[in-house]
Write a protein that binds this ligand. Structure first.
Ligand code: MG
Length: 316
């Protein structure tokens, strides 16, 4: 190794691992026409665990009239296997949701703030400013109850109603939530419009505003097939946690034309071959995606499900 390579190695420490938060039971199912049974949702969680998932966004505690697919949140939480080191998250948007999540014994909550007023109004019936105040209250409530919290800024890269979300707007929203005392800050590409340059730029902004010790997370959708590229940029930008969904299932009921999250197994293939640990098993994930396709009765967008692992063995 010559002196120049050594100095390059020092300047660019290699990322060893990234955590993938499995969001298929929540984001993956909430936009599907087929309503999965509680038993199927629990099986999805069990399959994720079998694949090595340590952190699972299991459900959301929102009004069942608004998201009927999540109406059995309490039943799901009561039935998933506990005491195995798995951290189960519930998405909450208000105090009622937090109360339900705590009663259902979640390990963490995911609090959503939407960067634009139009989408925020449609998603949770309040302005961005109100949702920021709400997030402070909810993060405090979680802390008081001894569970951890994430604040996710939805539509951080683009809005289905307002279009471009200027970085100044994102700066304003991050600035208002960083002192809420949440354990993690996530940016969400809710409608899958981001490209790697924006991931780099906006995660760097989040890092500057949240501080060097903050845990950063990114929620990706693969709507325009930039999800995997964005995941690479995210890891390089110091993102510790990526959201993904088995099979690439998902969407957002309040965002027209939103499609699935980036597929967990596509990220695991990418990271496995890049020498970055996820702790997840590709074969188990692909099997779970295959099972989920059957339950949903539709083709899921994940690429590994079609192409298989490499090197693989084709049956004659
Ligand atoms: Mg989403």
């Amino acid at each position: 190794m010559n002196a120049q390579t050594e100095s390059l190695d020092r300047e660019q420490p290699t990322v060893q691992s990234v955590q993938i938060c499995e969001v298929s039971p929540r984001d993956g199912l909430q936009n599907e026409d087929v309503l999965l049974s509680t038993a199927d949702k629990v099986e999805l969680v069990q399959r994720a665990i079998r694949a090595g998932a340590q952190r699972i966004e299991a459900t959301s505690f929102v009004h069942p009239k608004r998201v009927p697919q999540m109406a059995d949140a309490e039943d799901v939480m009561a039935a998933v296997p506990r005491g195995n080191g798995i951290s189960y998250a519930g998405l909450v948007v208000n105090q009622r949701g937090l109360d339900r999540a705590l009663a259902a014994n979640v390990d963490e909550i995911n609090i959503v703030v939407v960067a634009t007023d139009t989408f925020c109004q449609r998603n949770q019936g309040m302005s961005m400013q109100q949702s920021v105040e709400n997030a402070h209250t909810l993060a405090e409530g979680a802390r008081g109850a001894g569970i951890s919290s994430t604040i996710t800024i939805g539509a951080a890269f683009g809005c289905p109603f307002e279009g471009e979300v200027p970085i100044e707007r994102l700066r304003e929203v991050i600035t208002r939530v960083v002192d809420a005392g949440a354990d993690e800050l996530a940016l969400a590409d809710t409608i899958g419009v981001a490209v790697p340059r924006e991931i780099t730029e906006r995660m760097a902004l989040a890092r500057r505003l949240a501080g060097p010790e903050a845990r950063l997370r990114l929620h990706l959708h693969d709507t325009r097939h930039t999800g995997v590229a964005n995941a690479v940029a995210a890891v390089a930008a110091g993102v510790a946690v990526l959201d993904a969904s088995i099979g690439g299932a998902g969407g957002c009921p309040f965002a027209p034309n939103a499609t699935g999250n980036v597929a967990t197994e596509d990220l695991v293939y990418l990271f496995d071959r890049s020498g970055i640990e996820t702790g997840l098993d590709l074969a188990q994930l692909t099997a779970a995606a295959d099972w989920l396709e059957g339950r949903l009765g539709k083709i899921l967008p994940g690429a590994l499900l079609r192409a298989g692992d490499f090197p693989g063995v084709l049956s004659a």
